[in-house]
Write a protein that binds this ligand. Structure first.
Ligand SMILES: Cc1ncc(C[n+]2csc(CCOP(=O)(O)OP(=O)(O)O)c2C)c(N)n1
Ligand code: SF4
Length: 526
């Protein structure tokens, strides 16, 4: 029994997870991955937003230790946060199928970098599948669970923005029953003390050889016969561009991009006169293929930046190094009219504060008319970077340093910074502002542990209180105010705290205007 429907890559992954009998989906929102868990939940799956990607992956690992199938979803930079469990679970694996979705954002539509997470597969030794459309997203996700169980390895499913968000027709197959869950004591496999981890590492390397042999069988590889003059090796979304840009070419499209089917690649390269690797982002495939002694052409450095498209692939194949046309000017992003973050930034700008910023809607405070954000590195870094500035700047300047962070970001990795602030307090103390708009606004208004609602917007058993966390850690002053309603009080509190040598947190609390409308619609939801 199959069902034909139109679906995005993210929806396809969610459907595949449901149909594969996944017991638990855990993740942290981030473009372009957020819709996977939302759809999985809407389909009746057990899905949860964790405070961050590390906790999400670890919860998924726990479910998979109990023999349940589990999926962890995140954007590419989220895998940096989850890298610690990733590298060790690669050794031990889990009895239940474990799939980790890394949704990469080449071109940085909504990210602070365009890191290429295919590198993680190589570095951690984790098999990687890379779909290039919704059908493959569905098929590969279902297969990923089977592979994970057969080889006792977590599987990385790498998707990119265009695969996540483009819709195409997909055939959904019959669902399987969730596997029965049980916990079998097996410390030699599940406890990574050095004595067991040494053995586990050898097992991992042996499994990767077996997976390479599986990949050589061709299940994930598509060969398209074409001219022997030009051969193209490609994967993921680049495959779609290649088909339009070079319809005459012979194509080797790889679906499992780690470990690579090097003998298949060698034979293909030998069968064509000119062999070019077309891949978005880093030259991951090209480097690996050349390291295996296979002569292939790589793209020029200029095509390493941003997304590829049909025109860029045509240029790349023609070796065209002339400057590319500038993209059409778009409307610069800005905080919504009526956004609660606005007033706080007006005050910070007018008080000439040095603002260590963070990631969320409020990063837009860097743009006119505020121009009030001075640094931004990664989620949670506002507090710790602010502390570093406070530690080394001369006193007069140190006193002007303020860290600004959103509520979701605070619960993600900001709490650690508060512990650091209380433990290693700078001589001038420090001031942190939490812009609490009671939602994860930037990524599409998702819930978080402080909103009082779960992923499906039903009430959470216990809303996590920012004030209680801050008091519990030992912050000297915790003030709550609303600069939109009462700007003067906010200015007064901020001036007093900056003048003291105390460690202070000011919570600016007012709901996001879009979030407030949504929250109203959830009232009474059970
Ligand atoms: C490690 C990591 N995970 C996820 C994201 C995507 N992301 C960017 S900001 C943000 C949270 C924004 O929420 P909040 O801090 O409450 O600020 P708001 O947008 O609501 O103002 C998320 C999930 C990211 N940039 N980095
Ligand atoms: S979505 Fe909400 S938090 Fe983001 S800019 Fe608009 S009002 Fe502000």
């Amino acid at each position: 029994m199959t069902q034909r429907l139109l679906a995005s890559g993210n929806e396809a992954i969610a459907m595949a997870a449901k149909d594969a009998g996944v017991r638990l989906g855990a993740g942290y929102p981030g473009t372009p991955s957020s819709e996977i868990l939302e759809t999985f939940s809407a389909l009746g799956g057990h899905a949860e937003w964790a405070p961050n990607e590390k906790t999400a992956l670890e919860v998924a690992i726990g479910a998979a230790f109990a023999n349940g199938r589990a999926i962890a979803t995140m954007k590419h930079v989220g895998l940096n946060v989850a890298a610690d469990p990733l590298f060790t679970i690669a050794y031990s694996g889990t009895p239940g199928g474990l799939v980790i979705v890394s949704a990469d954002d080449p071109g940085m539509a909504s990210s602070q970098n365009e890191q290429d997470n295919r590198r993680y597969a190589v570095a951690a030794g984790v098999p990687m599948l890379e779909p290039s459309d919704s059908q493959e997203a569905y098929d590969f996700t279902r297969r990923a669970f089977e592979i994970s169980e057969a080889y006792r390895r977590p599987v990385l499913l790498r998707v990119t923005t265009r695969v996540c968000h483009s819709k195409c027709v997909l055939e959904r197959r019959e669902a399987v029953e969730p596997k029965s869950v049980k916990f079998d004591k097996d410390p030699k496999s599940n406890v990574m003390i050095p004595a067991y981890a040494r053995i586990a590492h050898r097992k991992l390397r042996a499994a990767l050889h077996e997976l390479e042999a599986l990949n050589e069988k061709g299940e994930f590889t598509r060969k398209i016969a074409g001219s022997p003059e030009l051969g193209i090796i490609t994967s993921g979304i680049s495959f779609q561009h290649v088909r339009d840009a070079a319809p005459e070419a012979s194509i080797l499209k790889l679906g499992m991009t780690y470990p690579l089917p090097m003998e298949t690649i060698r034979a293909f390269a030998a069968s064509v006169k000119r062999c070019v690797v077309v891949e978005e982002g880093d030259p991951v495939l090209a480097d690996a293929i050349r390291a295996a002694g296979i002569a292939v052409e790589d793209k020029a450095e200029m095509y390493r930046f941003g997304e590829l498209n049909v025109n860029r692939v045509r240029r790349l194949l023609a070796g065209d190094l002339s400057p590319e046309p500038a993209p059409a000017p778009g409307k610069p992003p800005q905080l919504c009219v009526g956004c609660p973050h606005r007033r706080a930034y007006e005050v910070l700008r007018d008080m000439k504060c040095i603002v260590s910023g963070d990631i969320g809607c409020y990063t837009l405070g860097v743009l006119p008319p505020f121009e009030a954000v001075d640094t931004c590195v990664c989620m949670g870094a506002s507090i710790t970077v602010g502390l570093g500035l406070r530690h080394v700047l001369p006193e007069a300047e140190a006193r002007r340093v303020v860290s600004v962070i959103g509520d979701s970001t605070f619960l993600h990795t900001g709490i650690n910074g508060i512990v650091e602030m209380v433990y290693n307090r700078p001589p001038t103390g420090h001031v942190v502002i939490i812009l609490d708009n009671s939602i994860t606004a930037m990524t599409g208004l998702q819930e978080h542990p402080g909103t009082g609602r779960l992923l499906d917007h039903t009430p959470a058993p216990t809303p996590v209180s920012l004030e209680k966390i801050l008091h519990g850690i030992g912050v000297d002053h915790v003030d709550v105010c609303d600069p939109t309603l009462d700007k003067a009080s906010f200015e007064k509190i901020l001036s007093e705290r900056l003048a003291s040598n105390d460690c202070s947190v000011i919570i600016c609390r007012r709901p996001c205007i879009l979030g407030a409308v949504k929250a109203k619609s959830y009232e009474g939801k059970k």
